[in-house]
Design a protein around this ligand. Structure first.
Ligand code: UD1
Ligand code: MG
Length: 452
C-alpha cells in the first residue's frame, strides 16, 4: 500500500443559523480558540499535503483564524456537497499529479475531534483499498438531527439519510453520521459532481455520496468512533456542552502533566494553557489564551490570567489579574487586586496588594507598595515606566509615565513621581505635612457655627 497523502477539506461556509449570531459559526470559541482552529490543529499530526477551508462570502475573519490553511469561497452556501465542489479547483494540480490518496472531509463545527480519531478513519479506508468512502459513525445518546447510516446485512454502508428526509423507521436507527469522511481521491470529485438537491432542504448533501458510490458498484464502510468527539455545534446549548467536555479533557491533561487542581470543575483552561509540574491551582481560576506557567507555581483563588508567562516558584493571587504581556520571573509574588499588563516583573518582585502595573519593566528584588499605580495613559497614548532592581516603592505612589526609577532608589509613600528618580535616591514627592497645635477645637467651633 502506498503511503497516505491526505488532503483535508474543512467545511465552514454554513451560516450557522441555529446559533442566532452575527458571527460565523466556526469562529465561536471553545476553550479560548475558534472552533475551526481546534479542527486544524487536530489535523497537524496527519501532516496533510493540503488543508483547504471552505468559507462563505465575507468570512475574511474565518480565513484569518484558519491561516496558514488555504481558504476557498463557496457562495451561496448550497449544502455540504456543494461546499466540497468549491474546494476542487484548489486541489486540481495535486490531484492531476496523483499527489493525493485520500480526500478527508471534516466539518468545522466538530471541535472535539482528536488526531488519533481522524487517523483511525483514514486507516479504516486504507486498510481495504477498494473502499471508496469511509464514514465516521457514532451512536449519540440522542440521535436527533444527525444523518442516519443505513447498513446492509454485511454491515456495509448503503446510504446516509438526513434526519429531515428520514422515514419513521429510519429515524429509529441509532448509528449516525459523525461528519467526517475519507474518500478515495481517484473518485471523490466525480462522485461529488453527481450529487443533486432533491431533498427537504433543497441542498446538495455530501451525505448522498454514499448512495451514489454504491450505485457505481463501489464499496463504502463505516468506522465507529467515540460519539463524544463527533459532537457538532449547531446551537448555543451545544456550544456550552462542547465547552464542558473540552474543559474536562483539558483539566485531565493538566493533572496528568503534574498540576494539582484543588477543585477542577471550577478551573477554566484555554486549549493552549500549559501548567508545569507541581503547580497548584486553587478554586475559581480562569485561564484565557496564551498562559505558560513554570513548575512549583501557586495560582490562588479567583484569579484571571491571559497572555501571561509565570516563572518558577511564583505566587499569584488571590484575586489577581494578569493580562497579555505580563511576564513574572521566578519567585514573584502578585497579590490580591493587582493588575499586570505588558509588564515584566523581575525575579523576586513583590506586588502584594491593590496595584496597577502596565507598560512597565520592574527589576529583580523590587517591592511595590499597596496602591501603586503606573499612570501609563494620558487619554491619547501609552508610555512606559521603568523601575530598576531592589527599589522600594512606597504605598499609594503614582508613577506618571514616561518615567524611570534607578536601581536601589527608595520612593516615599504617597509620592506622585513625575520626573526620573536617580539610582540610590530617596525621593519624597508629596506636600509636606503641616501641624497646627490645638487648632482642632477652634476649627470645630467655626464649622459648628455654620450649621446652627
Ligand atoms: C451534517 C450532516 C449530518 C451529520 C452532521 C454531523 C450533511 C447534509 N449532513 O449535518 O449527516 O450527522 O453534519 O455533525 O452533510 N457547510 C458548508 N457549506 C454549506 C453547508 C454547510 O460549508 O453549504 C458547513 C458548515 O459550516 C458546517 C458543516 O458544513 O461546518 C456542516 O453543516 P451543518 O449545517 O452543521 O450540517 P448538519 O445539519 O449538522
Ligand atoms: Mg452541524
Amino acid at each position: 500500500m502506498t503511503q497516505s497523502r491526505v488532503a483535508a477539506i474543512i467545511l465552514a461556509a454554513g451560516e450557522g443559523t441555529r446559533l442566532n449570531s452575527a458571527r460565523p459559526k466556526v469562529l465561536h470559541e471553545i476553550a479560548g480558540a475558534p472552533m475551526i482552529r481546534h479542527v486544524i490543529d487536530a489535523l497537524r499530526p496527519l501532516d496533510p499535503v493540503a488543508t483547504i477551508v471552505v468559507v462563505g462570502r465575507g468570512m475574511d475573519r474565518v480565513a484569518k483564524a484558519a491561516a496558514p490553511a488555504r481558504c476557498v469561497t463557496q457562495s451561496p452556501p448550497r449544502g455540504t456537497g456543494d461546499a466540497l465542489r468549491a474546494a476542487r479547483p484548489a486541489l486540481a494540480d495535486l490531484l492531476a499529479r496523483g499527489g493525493i490518496t485520500d480526500i478527508l472531509v471534516l466539518y468545522g463545527d466538530t471541535p472535539l475531534l482528536r488526531s488519533e480519531t481522524i487517523a483511525a478513519l483514514v486507516d479504516s479506508r486504507r486498510r481495504a483499498p477498494e473502499v471508496a468512502v469511509a464514514v465516521a459513525a457514532m451512536r449519540p445518546a440522542d440521535p436527533g438531527p444527525y444523518g442516519r447510516l443505513v447498513l446492509d446485512g454485511d454491515a456495509a454502508l448503503m446510504r446516509i439519510v438526513e434526519a429531515k428526509d428520514a422515514s419513521a423507521a429510519e429515524r429509529t436507527i441509532g448509528l449516525c453520521n459523525g461528519g467526517i469522511m475519507a474518500l478515495d481521491a481517484r473518485y471523490a470529485f466525480d462522485l461529488v459532481d453527481r450529487i443533486g438537491n432533491d431533498n427537504a432542504k433543497r441542498e446538495f448533501y455530501l451525505t448522498d455520496i454514499v448512495g451514489i458510490a454504491r450505485a457505481q458498484g463501489m464499496s463504502c464502510r463505516v468506522a465507529e468512533l467515540p460519539a463524544e468527539e463527533l459532537l457538532g455545534v449547531n446551537t448555543r446549548v451545544e456550544l456550552a456542552l462542547v465547552e464542558t467536555l473540552m474543559q474536562e479533557r483539558l483539566r485531565r491533561r493538566a493533572m496528568e502533566e503534574g498540576a494539582t487542581l484543588i477543585a477542577p470543575e471550577t478551573v477554566f483552561l484555554a486549549a493552549d494553557t500549559r501548567l508545569g509540574r507541581d503547580v497548584v491551582v486553587e478554586p475559581n481560576v480562569f485561564f484565557g489564551p496564551g498562559v505558560r506557567v513554570a513548575d512549583n507555581v501557586r495560582i490562588r483563588a479567583f484569579s484571571h490570567l491571559e497572555g501571561a508567562t509565570i516563572g518558577e516558584g511564583a505566587i499569584v493571587g488571590p484575586f489577581a489579574r494578569l493580562r497579555p504581556g505580563a511576564v513574572l520571573e521566578a519567585d514573584v509574588h502578585v497579590g490580591n487586586f493587582v493588575e499586570v499588563k505588558e509588564t515584566r516583573l523581575g525575579a523576586g518582585v513583590k506586588a502584594s496588594h491593590l496595584s496597577y502595573l502596565g507598560d512597565s519593566d520592574i527589576g529583580a528584588g523590587t517591592n511595590i507598595g499597596a496602591g501603586t499605580i503606573t499612570c501609563n495613559y494620558d487619554g491619547y497614548g501609552k508610555s512606559r515606566t521603568i523601575i530598576g532592581e531592589r527599589v522600594f516603592i512606597g504605598s499609594n505612589t503614582a508613577l506618571v509615565a514616561p518615567v524611570t526609577v534607578g536601581d536601589d532608589a527608595y520612593v516615599a509613600t504617597g509620592s506622585v513621581v513625575t520626573a526620573d528618580v536617580p539610582e540610590g535616591a530617596l525621593t519624597i514627592a508629596r506636600a509636606r505635612q503641616v501641624d497646627k497645635p490645638g487648632r482642632a477645637a477652634a476649627l470645630r467651633e467655626r464649622l459648628k457655627g455654620k450649621t446652627d
